[in-house]
Design a protein around this ligand. Structure first.
Ligand code: AMP
Length: 232
């Protein structure tokens, strides 16, 4: 039986972290449109450059392009038995496209899990997050033990300064997502979430698929609630 699950939530709600948990537990891959777009960073063509620019400014990529990227990913063999959608759909048009795609493939969403988080915490989670090469994550405002955070002037004197984070014991520098570096871009992304994506909550509620989880709880507590939803 297939397992198509959708994780919804504002930036910083922990979608990526929980998607990794679902992948480990249920053996289905994560389909993150943000990751798929970020992977285009190495391409030099005009189209890929435009996408990087829109992302850096906190704008959404257009629906047609986004759905095409998702279609290509869903056609891969490892997606046959299901995927966790992370960051897709983000607009009503994308949600309708996904419903049609899945019903044309004799499948459907098992659940839409909304990770609920207040927007102030969402901002701090996005602005303060850094990760190690092995995927371990830290945050300037929470979970910062053993990490030194320093704001350094931008190398070309531009605003904002760079947040540099280093693991004290090993000296390893932690990585910050380029689209998390600008407070303005994060605010833009949160505004876009409220305007474009929040209406989907009602859409999925009407379909009887929506399950809400308080995302300010610990990672383990959220994972365990997800498990009971998916096992029911
Ligand atoms: P994320 O990693 O999900 O926060 O996505 C990072 C950026 O990729 C977003 O701010 C958008 O610019 C773009 N993006 C990701 N998913 C979508 C989507 N479903 N629709 C449009 N743009 C998207």
């Amino acid at each position: 039986m297939s397992l198509f699950v959708l994780l919804m939530g504002v930036q910083g709600a922990g979608k990526g972290e929980q998607a990794r948990f679902i992948t480990q537990k249920y053996g289905i891959p994560q389909l993150s449109t943000g990751d798929l777009f970020r992977a285009m960073k190495t391409r030099q063509d005009e189209f890929a450059r435009k996408i990087q620019q829109l992302m850096a400014e906190g704008h959404l990529i257009d629906d047609a392009t986004t759905c095409e990227v998702v279609r290509e990913r869903l056609a891969m063999p490892d997606a046959r038995n299901g995927v966790i959608f992370d960051g897709f759909p983000r607009t009503p048009a994308q949600a309708e496209w996904l419903d049609n795609y899945l019903s044309n493939h004799d499948a459907g969403l098992k659940a839409v899990i909304l990770l609920k988080l207040d927007l102030y915490t969402a901002f701090k989670r996005a602005f303060g997050r850094v990760s190690a090469k092995d995927g371990k994550t830290y945050n300037l405002y929470s979970n910062n033990e053993g990490v030194e955070f320093v704001f350094e002037p931008h190398p070309e004197g531009q605003y904002p300064p760079r947040l540099k984070a280093v693991v004290k014991v090993t000296g390893d520098e932690l990585i910050r997502r380029p689209d998390d570096a600008h407070a303005h871009a994060i605010i833009k992304r949160i505004d876009t979430y409220v305007a474009e994506t929040e209406p989907l909550i009602e859409y999925y509620e009407r379909e009887g698929l929506l399950r809400r989880i308080e995302a300010s709880k610990s990672i383990a507590a959220v994972s365990s609630e997800i498990e009971s939803i998916l096992d029911s």
